[in-house]
Design a binder for this molecule. Structure first.
Ligand code: PMV
Length: 308
């Protein structure tokens, strides 16, 4: 049996502004993963554990078959006769990158089946192609952090920069339970921008400046300052209209329960928010998030995630 996997991701800061050329920081969430296992079959097919007995063959017009076709082309091989079984612990459509993780895991599994390797950047580009088919104009941040599985400072169309995180940071990720397609919030920000660029551009610039501050703080290690900057980032995202009453409610609940900072993460309107906590405040903030309506709360830590 051949197996491969890929992690989830969380956008720490800079979402939406990153679409307009500002920097953003994203980190892998390695505890949540898509797993793919392959066993011999009559032809290449995909079975999806999450959606019951769904079976896709290579002709299906789904993201899974698109990444398979692109990877097979890049490997210059014919479809192998295997059944690829996909399972996942990443919630779907909630800003944790489940789609990009499925693509990355399928591409990696096909490489193993072929007994060949593709450069990591090639896999990143293949996953990006599929993201484009499904999300319109993605910045590329999701596929990059997931494929490299390292914290990144990301600027659209620039070489990826891996960042040092020199202080232990503990996060709670809380799910509103509201699926929110990123394409819609990205489109709404675009309309806002086109309607009144003089009002929106300064907000995007301010988010970019804040991301630079956070990057420096990640190296010098002041969790309190990082928390305050994250909360400020949420306020800018409110101004871009991508928050929602549910997200604001969870952000307020986390801050009132003692989180150092809190903000929505990803496309917004629903999906997830994150709260920066300490080991001491973690249990209280988690209880507060669940009491405020979070349907799931995940814990993740960044610790000594240094440059290679
Ligand atoms: O995929 P999500 O929902 O985590 O958000 C992607 C981040 C955006 O900046 C909103 C869009 C993009 O393509 O960068």
């Amino acid at each position: 049996m051949i197996t491969a996997s890929a992690c989830a991701k969380m956008i720490l800061c800079g979402e939406h502004a990153v679409v307009y050329g500002q920097p953003a920081i994203a980190v892998p969430v390695s505890d949540l993963r898509v797993m793919v296992s392959a066993k011999p079959a009559e032809q290449l097919m995909f079975t999806l554990a999450d959606t019951g007995l769904q079976i896709l063959d290579l002709a299906a017009d789904a993201a899974i078959t698109q990444i398979a076709r692109l990877t097979l082309d890049a490997l210059h091989i014919a479809p192998p006769p295997v059944e690829m079984h996909i399972t996942s612990t990443i919630p779907v459509a909630s800003g944790l990158g489940s789609g990009a993780a499925v693509s990355a895991a399928v591409a990696r599994c096909l490489c193993q089946i072929a007994g060949k390797t593709l450069p990591v950047e090639t896999i990143n580009q293949l996953v990006y192609e599929v993201e484009k088919m499904h999300h319109g104009t993605p910045s590329g941040i999701d596929n990059t952090v997931i494929v490299y599985e390292r914290p990144i400072y990301f600027v659209r169309n620039q070489a990826v920069e891996f960042i040092s995180i020199n202080t232990p940071l503990h996060f709670l990720i809380a799910d509103t339970g509201i699926p929110a397609p990123t394409k819609i919030s990205v489109g709404d920000v675009r309309r806002l921008y086109e309607h009144d660029p003089e009002k929106i551009q300064p907000i995007l610039d301010a988010i970019g400046a804040l991301v630079c501050d956070i990057q420096q703080q990640l190296q010098t290690g002041n969790a309190e300052t990082i928390g305050a900057l994250l909360t400020q980032n949420h306020q800018y995202l409110q101004q871009l209209t991508v928050s929602s009453p549910e997200l604001d409610n969870l952000v307020n609940a986390a801050l009132q329960a003692g989180a150092l900072g809190a903000k929505l993460s990803g496309g917004g309107r629903g999906g997830n928010m994150l709260a920066l906590v300490t080991p001491e405040t973690l249990p209280t903030v988690k209880t507060a998030l669940l009491a405020a309506g979070a349907v799931r709360v995940y814990e993740t830590s960044l610790m000594g995630a240094n440059k290679a």
